[in-house]
Design a protein around this ligand. Sequence first.
Ligand code: XIL
Length: 354
Amino acid sequence: MTGLSRRDALTGAAGLAAAALAGGAAAAPSRAPIPYGSAAQIQTFRADPRYRDALKRLCDVIVPMNDLKWEALRHDRARFDFSGADELVDFALKNGQALRGHALLWGMALPPWAKEMASRAEAERELTRHIETVVDRYKGKIATWDVVNEVIAFDPKPGEPYRDTIWQRLLGPGHVEIAFRTAARVDPQARLVLNDFNFEEAGPGVAARRKIALETVRRLKDKGIPIHGVGMQAHLYAENAIDSDGVRSFVADLGKLGVDVEITELDVIDWKLPADTAARDRTAASLVSTYLEAVVSGGQPKAIVTWGLTDRYSWVHDTFPRKDSAKARPLPLDEDYRPKPMMRVLDQYRRGRS
Ligand code: XIL
């Protein structure tokens, strides 16, 4: 994928993470290739031909980063604006790439009118109409949907599994079921996913989040409501360790319930790392390697998607700025589209091994 020779990939300290994996390849069990993809931002997509080229060259999967969010589609209550999403969907289809749709229900990125909804009936009507219209438009084109995004409470208290959002306030925990039921009714072929962040760190809060994800899957299945996967966003904080055992058993437990996982928004938040860029890139690659090894030891993910491709453009710059104001390096390509050590790690999963 990156056009690197084996020698390049294994040369120097930068190749250490890759070398560790490659070195074990003879003894390691075979692994099927895992499709790789990226989220794509429409403004950048329109402005930068190198960005379009990289998306086309490197990705099996494309995710419109913001253009399927309510804020983009439903700026006017009466009218849907599909312009940005259509452009990215057409691009992916033309290139033979698969699409993930992000996201049908989220407590954030809502237009002002949606935040002012006041009754259960209104919320249910709008949510149902939204999912019917959006899923129907992309039926047969968008194969996988993040049906519900970031619904699990950040640090859950007993009896309060879900986040305090307009949906939770007006519809209660049943909003999750309404969303999955509606999506399944409109496109019975679609793969329907519960997408959320921080399933990977240690500690009781994260363990509680995993438990809520498992319970949600079980509840939907018990009620006969289709759910096919859990999306693990994987915005990895470089200063925090990965709980590999916790990740492995989470993925395995989901497998026992009959759902797969996919990595949906992978990037590395490097705001607390020392400035040296080569060292930051090595740490990021090794963190991604540790994380992906933990995931695959529990089960085969359906896809690995990074939240952007190049350090030139990322939400991490604004959301997690560094104190020294050096530019963040969260993604597999550097600012000039050169592959970083992280790309070599991703490449190994994309290729699989026989
Ligand atoms: C982010 C985008 O990357 C930004 O461009 C936008 O301004 C805000 O949203 N979790 C999610 C994503 O599910 O939708 C968010 O994307 C990042 C965190």
